[in-house]
Design a binder for this molecule. Structure first.
Ligand SMILES: [Zn+2]
Length: 303
C-alpha cells in the first residue's frame, strides 16, 4: 500500500511537471499549431458560470468583477463586430489570424470599433452589466471558426485555459488565469495548520493521497479519475485550494470517459488512466495514426 502511494505521488508529480512544461513552453502540438496556447485571459475577477450550463445553452464562461475594469483581447486580431444588442449588451467580437473568433459581452463601454486591429492583451472595453445580464460580469465566448447565430463553433474556454471552478479567482493577461501552481508554491510549509499532519481515517475502499508541492486539485482528480467536486465533497473543502502535505481522501469509483484537452496524446492519456495505448485503440475503435482532437471523448476504462 505504502509503495502504491509513493508510486502515485511520483506519477502525480511527474504529470504536474509535464503539464507545467506544456503550458510554459507552449509545446503542445495542437495548441501551438492554432496559437491558443499563448492566449491571455480577458479579465480580472472570479468565475461565476461555465460553458454548457443552462441546459447547454450557455456557450461561454462568465467572469464577475469590478464594474468598469478593463477587458482585454485574448490574442491579436481584427474587431469583426462592435455594437449594442438586447442580449449581449455592448459587445465586441474579435477575429484572430488562426481562424478563431472570440466574443466579449455585457460591456459597460466599448473601446474599439469594427475593422480595428487589436493586439494581444489590448483593452477593448470595460466590464459592465448591459443587455440580458443580472450583475456586473464579462460573458466570454470562444469559437473555433466564425461566430454563427446558433453558435455552432463555440468551444469550452476551459479547453484553452484549463479547467476552473465557480468562485475561483482569475487573473487577466495570464495564460494560466488561475495561477494555481504559483499559489501552491508560495505557501510556506511553516504556515501549514496542524490538522494536515494529524491522522485521517480513510473509509473502506477509498484511498489517501498526500498533496505534493505544486499539485492542483484538478491534477489529482485527473490521476484518480474522479471529479474535483467529488474530491471537495469527500474532504469537506469549501473551494479548490489545497496545499503541500495536505491529506486527501480519494473516493473510489472509476471514470470511464476522458475529454481530450489541447496537446494531449493517446500515450499520455493511457498513462493517466493506467491502461495501454492498445486498449484505448480497441475501446475507441481508432487507428494508431488517427489524430485525437480537443473535446473528443475517449473511453478509458472498460469494467
Ligand atoms: Zn455568460
Amino acid at each position: 500500500m505504502v509503495v502504491d502511494y509513493i508510486r502515485r505521488i511520483l506519477i502525480v508529480s511527474l504529470l504536474a511537471l509535464c503539464v507545467s512544461l506544456l503550458f510554459w513552453s507552449g509545446s503542445a502540438a495542437h495548441a501551438e499549431e492554432s496559437g491558443i496556447s499563448t492566449w491571455v485571459f480577458p479579465a480580472d475577477g472570479y468565475i461565476t458560470d461555465h460553458y454548457g450550463t443552462r441546459g447547454g445553452n450557455h456557450k461561454g464562461m462568465d467572469i464577475g468583477g469590478e464594474h468598469g475594469s478593463p477587458v482585454y483581447s485574448v490574442d491579436e486580431g481584427v474587431v469583426s463586430k462592435s455594437y449594442y444588442s438586447s442580449s449581449y449588451g455592448h459587445v465586441v467580437f474579435v477575429k484572430h489570424p488562426n481562424g478563431y473568433e472570440t466574443v466579449y459581452g455585457h460591456l459597460h463601454e466599448r473601446a474599439v470599433s469594427e475593422g480595428q486591429a487589436v493586439g494581444k492583451g489590448e483593452k477593448i472595453g470595460e466590464m459592465g452589466n448591459t443587455g440580458r445580464s443580472t450583475g456586473t460580469h464579462l460573458h466570454f465566448e470562444v469559437h473555433n471558426g466564425e461566430w454563427t447565430e446558433h453558435k455552432d463553433h463555440a468551444i469550452d474556454p476551459y479547453l484553452v485555459f484549463g479547467e476552473g471552478e465557480t468562485g475561483q479567482t482569475v487573473f487577466a493577461k495570464e495564460h494560466d488565469p488561475y495561477q494555481v501552481r504559483e499559489v501552491a508554491l508560495k505557501i510556506n510549509e511553516a504556515q501549514q495548520p496542524s490538522f494536515l499532519t494529524s491522522g485521517i481515517k480513510v473509509p473502506n475502499e477509498n484511498e489517501l493521497h498526500v498533496v505534493a508541492k505544486g499539485e492542483t486539485l484538478w491534477g489529482i482528480s485527473q490521476v484518480y479519475g474522479v471529479s474535483t467536486s467529488q474530491l471537495m465533497k469527500q474532504n469537506g473543502l469549501g473551494d479548490s485550494t489545497i496545499i503541500s502535505g495536505q491529506q486527501l481522501i480519494i473516493p473510489s469509483g472509476k471514470k470511464s470517459v476522458h475529454l481530450v484537452k489541447p496537446g494531449e496524446t493517446l500515450f499520455g492519456i493511457a498513462r493517466l488512466y493506467n491502461v495501454s495505448v492498445d486498449d484505448l485503440l480497441v475501446w475507441n475503435e481508432v487507428q494508431k495514426d488517427d489524430p485525437i482532437i480537443p473535446a473528443q471523448e475517449l473511453i478509458v476504462n472498460k469494467d
